[in-house]
Design a binder for this molecule. Structure first.
Ligand code: GDP
Ligand code: MN
Length: 379
């Protein structure tokens, strides 16, 4: 989950990292003046994307009227395809030095990449490489803290002290919450060495959610902001809309296979709508997952056809086909044709069943794609 800044700051606060006090104002809600911290304020559009400052989604407000006006103007704004549905109103920090610190999983190296810079802020992408200090270290908190202590040598005393202190708390949070990324940009550093995290980007690992009650709570409170993580938790499988205007809905199992299929379709000039790893092994005779997926695909106006692609090793294709027919009876929203590419155990039984439903079956991908293409061209 790429946490909204407000939620990331909630997590930081729970690890006693200093953040400016703030409240969340949601679209359609009313501004509760009694809950506001003392002004002046920053009004910050909540979208899981960077570059909000440059897009006008981080603004100063001196009066409550201004807070209300700026919030109203931000609601509904799109940034990188994501809509602002909430704003965080927080106490404005007096201008101070803006520095940078990030911890991220470096899977290839099997460690944690640590980056610090004395020059944080909105222009971080254009900071010269020599001004970014970075190292990859072992994945444990003492190694990360020792690394930051090394990297800050030679920096101004206040900055070095602030980054080291922040690193201790951030490293603990990083490992406790099983994060993939914790990035504070900017970390405001005051002349006396005091510091506060003015922005926060935290990405957590959805696969670790089952062990993270705090994150589960957060997800339950704001499921609409994190639809994909919510789905994975509630339904136990992965479904991601990869192209909101895609024409081909995918009914697939196996993450690698599904990703390869998306690549192949795109290479053929077609637009798949979604990624899906439905995990047929988890069906246990229950068509619920299929009903959900068919419902979502049926509700997507751009989807003109559905491609089923199953390589069945353990899965019995006859059982799969029977569940699919069951699901189709329960999900009448799907009005587009389906084409199946099936390989594996008990294919013959699936052929008989799907023929009854008028779903053509291929054992090779190319003719299945050709069939889809003919259909798309005719509609
Ligand atoms: P981003 O553009 O999405 O990374 O949003 P940030 O939260 O990092 O805000 C962008 C910029 O706004 C920061 O780099 C700061 O320069 C400025 N900013 C954010 N919060 C404050 C604040 O409390 N006080 C002041 N003076 N500037 C702020
Ligand atoms: Mn930022």
């Amino acid at each position: 989950m790429y946490l909204l800044e407000h939620d990331a700051k909630w997590l930081l606060e729970s690890s006693s990292v200093n953040v400016p006090p703030g409240v969340l104002l949601e679209l359609g809600g009313t501004l509760d003046l009694s809950s506001l911290p003392d002004g002046p304020w920053m009004v910050k559009g909540q979208v899981a994307a960077g570059g909000r400052g440059k897009a006008g989604l981080v603004r100063k407000a001196a009066t409550v009227e201004e807070v209300a006006r700026l919030s109203e103007a931000m609601f509904g704004t799109l940034l990188k395809g994501k809509r602002v549905e909430a704003v965080r109103v927080e106490r404005q920090v007096a201008a101070a030095a803006e520095v940078y610190i990030a911890l991220m999983v470096d899977a290839a190296a099997g460690g944690v990449r640590v980056i610090v810079s004395e020059q944080g802020g909105m222009e971080i992408e254009s900071v010269a490489p020599r001004d970014l200090r970075s190292e990859t270290v072992a994945a444990d908190a003492p190694a990360v803290v020792a690394c930051v202590e090394r990297l800050v040598r030679g920096m101004a005393a206040a900055t070095a002290a602030a980054l080291t202190q922040a690193a201790r708390k951030l490293a603990a949070l990083f490992f406790q919450s099983e994060a993939l990324l914790v990035e504070i940009n900017p970390l405001f550093v005051m002349a006396d060495g005091g510091w506060v995290a003015a922005d926060a980007k935290i990405v957590t690992d959805d696969n670790a959610l089952a062990r993270q009650p705090g994150l589960q709570q957060l997800l339950a409170a704001r499921a609409a902001a994190y639809p994909e993580a919510w789905l994975k938790q509630e339904h136990g499988f992965d479904y991601v809309v990869v192209d909101p205007e895609g024409q081909i809905g995918l009914l697939t199992t196996g993450a690698g296979l599904s990703m390869m299929l998306i690549d192949e379709l795109r290479a053929d000039g077609l637009r798949p709508y979604n990624f899906l790893d439905i995990r047929t092994g988890g069906f246990r005779g229950d068509p619920t997952r299929l009903v959900s997926v068919l419902g979502w695909l049926g509700a997507a106006p751009s989807v003109k056809a559905v491609l089923i692609n199953i390589f069945a090793g353990i899965t019995d294709l006859g059982e799969f086909a029977a569940l699919l027919l069951d699901a189709l009876r329960q999900a009448p929203a799907l009005r587009v044709p389906m084409v199946a590419r099936l390989v594996g155990t008990n294919l013959e039984a699936a052929q008989v069943l799907l023929a009854q439903a008028g779903i053509p079956i291929y054992t090779e991908l190319d003719p299945a794609i050709a069939h889809l293409r003919r259909h798309l061209e005719s509609c």
